[in-house]
Each structure stands twice: as C-alpha cells, then as structure tokens.
Design a protein around this ligand. Sequence first.
Ligand code: FAD
Ligand code: DHB
Length: 391
Amino acid sequence: SRTRVGIVGAGPAGLLLARQLHRQGIDCVVLESRDRAYVEQRQRAGILEQGTVDALLEAGAADRLQREGLPHDGIELRFAGRAHRVDFPSLTGGRRVWVYAQTEVVKDLIALQLQEGPPLLFEAQAHAVEGADTDTPVIRYTHAGREHTLTCDWVVGCDGYHGVTRRAAPERTLSTYERVYPYSWFGILADAPPAYDELIYAHSGRGFALASMRSPQVSRLYLQVPNGTDPDGWSDERIWDELDTRLAAAGTRPLNRGPITARSVLPMRSSVTEPMRYGRVLLAGDAAHIVPPTGAKGLNLAAADVTVLARAFGHLAATGSTDLLDAYSDTCLRRVWRAEHFSWFMTTTLHTDPAQSPFDTRLQLSQLDRVATSPHAAAELAANYAGLPVG
Ligand code: FAD
Ligand code: DHB
C-alpha cells in the first residue's frame, strides 16, 4: 500500500504527528510494534510544558487534559536541610507546567485516531526502511504474521531510542553524541495522596530523590540508585524510609504512604543523533535524542519536534516548497541541545556521583544556593524547566 507520510512508532511523537497531519488533510499511516494495552500502560513521563499543552490543544486532543491536568506554578528544591521554592510565572513572564501523565496523553491520542483516522496499526513491526535517498522510501513490516510494504513520499521515525528507522541512513552520514550516567532512577507509583502540591527535587548526602504525582490520589516518586539495582530487592518500608530521609528539610513533613502499585529502575543516558534527517527519512523524539529524566524534557522535546515537522509538511502541501523540511533538523537541534544541557545540569547538580569528591559536593551546594538567592539564576532554571517557545 501507499501513503504520503509513513510514521513508525505510536508513542507520543508518532501519535501527535499523525493527528497534526490529519488535521491538515495530509494522508499518513502509523505502524506500532506493540499492542494497544502495552502502549497505553507504559509508565513514563508526567510533566507537560505549556508549549506541549498548546500543541495538544491545537490538535483538538486536550479535552480531558483541560479537565484533569494539574497546573503547576513552581517546584521546590531541597538541599543542605533547606527548602526553597522556584516560582515559574513570576520568573518567566507567566509560564507554567502541567501534571498529566504520558499514559493519558497516549490514551487520548489513540482514542481519537481510532475514531477519526488516519490508520493506526498495532502489532505492526517495522524491520527496515529502504530507499531513503529515493522519492519513494519503503517501510518493510510484519503484521498478523505476514510481511508487508508501505511505500511513502516521506518516512518519519518516531520509533524511540531502540527504533530501526535511524538505520535507514548510512552510518557515515550520522553522528551520535552520548553520555552515560553512573546511576539510575528507582521509580514507584503509589496509591497515596501527594504530601505537597508541587514537585520536590532533593539533593542529599544519600543521593537524589524526587516527589512527583499523577493525580490528587496517586504519588509518583523516584530515588537515585546504583545501576543494576533490582527493584524487587527493596521492601516497601525501605523505599518510604529512604524517600523521607532524602527529602527531609527544616519545616517539612513526611510523605503520605500507601500501597505501591508499580516499581521499575531506569538507567540514565544523554544521546543526540545529527542530523535528524537523511534524504526522505526524518527522525523525531527519542528516535533522534534522549535525555536523562531530571527536568522532564523527553516527552516535551518529542512534542516540539513533531510540531515543527507538521508545520513543515503543511508548508510543503500548501506551497510545494521543502524549505521548512530542509530546515527541520537545524531548527530542532537548537532546542534539543538546550534541553540536553538543562537535563545534564539538573542531573549532575542534584545527583551524587559515586566517584564525586567533597569538593564536587561543595560546588553542587553552591550552585543550588545561587538558584535559591539570585533571581537571575532562578529565572534561568525556571525558563528552561517551563520550556522555551517552540520555534
Ligand atoms: P517512545 O515513547 O519511545 O515511542 C516509540 C514507539 O515506537 C513505541 O511505542 C515503540 O513500541 C515503537 N516502536 C519501536 N520500534 C518499532 C518498530 N521497529 N516498528 C514499529 N514500532 C516501533 N521523560 C520524562 O520527562 N520523565 C520521565 O519520568 C520519563 N521516564 C521515562 C521512563 C522510561 C523507561 C523511558 C524509556 C523514558 C522515559 N522518559 C521520561 C522519556 C519520555 O517518556 C520519552 O522521551 C517519550 O516517550 C518520547 O516519545 P517518543 O514517541 O519519541 O518515543
Ligand atoms: C516526573 C519525571 C521527571 O523526570 C521529572 O523531572 C519530574 C516529574 C514524573 O514522572 O512525574
């Protein structure tokens, strides 16, 4: 079969792009290797920048987000036994973020797409993208035990960090820049009301901790742990005690405890592949770049990429010009590298590297004190966290 834009992967990037193209009358097909339930249950990000919310609104995919999403006007930093709030609107000219889980964004987009189109095939695994340097690139995939080909004008790889689309480009044409961190996040979901209205990022002598949430009834919590930690090796009590110890600061209270409903350990890595295009194959979201989670940029970068891309396809359809598609990689990479820097900064300022010296710890505390006492330093953090305009 044949389509204008073949999209590999139904994560947030692929689903939002399909919706944005559909709204402009541009024909596309989405292929997803996993089944619907798996894609909808996969626990990942939870923080949406205003720009991501705006993109979902514009795509007509934000009805439930507007009802159930929780606006957040700041975060709390805890370090050296102190608690300090960073206020976003006053530091950024009115920007804020929203708590609305990636699982919910994905459910909303899937429901819309299955109702209104374009075609979305689950359990359709792409194995290869061929002919990237021709006018008709082809996706080879397996669906219901049979081999198929989808012939496209353009292919967009939204297939995540382990995707296959990136391999459509000869290795010599791409450069990958990477950094691996010597720690992981142990994340839990708990049926317990969040103890605080805002997220708490804690630096401590025992490592980083983060108190987040999914709803007024569900807490999402993270602990820095060594790489290779077995999530089932910790009792519930040990997890809660460790969170309370790391999050403790003057004048604060402990977390509300409740049944832990999910636990997982995720390693941390920064990676960027350049350029984000080869011929008629473009990469978007985690397929092109990943960040360590501290600062919550991964999902937001994916949404920004496809928003730029949807505009470029719209421009092509309206004018016949590939100018915006030709500029796509450069346009996105500026924002990507800003987010890479911010995620690296948040990660290395808040975590304890097992090889870190007391000198390094003093530098981290000095930087955190600077954010707590200088409006300039706080404004820089707030602008990056709340998100830079999509351009
Ligand atoms: P993905 O969501 O990875 O979607 C890619 C899709 O492509 C998947 O559905 C996959 O099944 C499909 N696919 C892959 N290969 C093929 C193929 N060959 N054929 C067909 N389909 C294919 N960010 C945060 O901000 N905060 C967090 O707490 C956070 N936690 C995370 C935890 C984990 C375990 C991971 C992996 C990421 C986390 N992220 C987090 C990052 C954020 O979730 C991602 O940046 C975001 O999912 C990117 O969206 P995407 O659509 O680009 O990629
Ligand atoms: C969440 C994840 C993050 O990486 C972050 O910085 C804040 C919140 C979350 O999953 O809720």
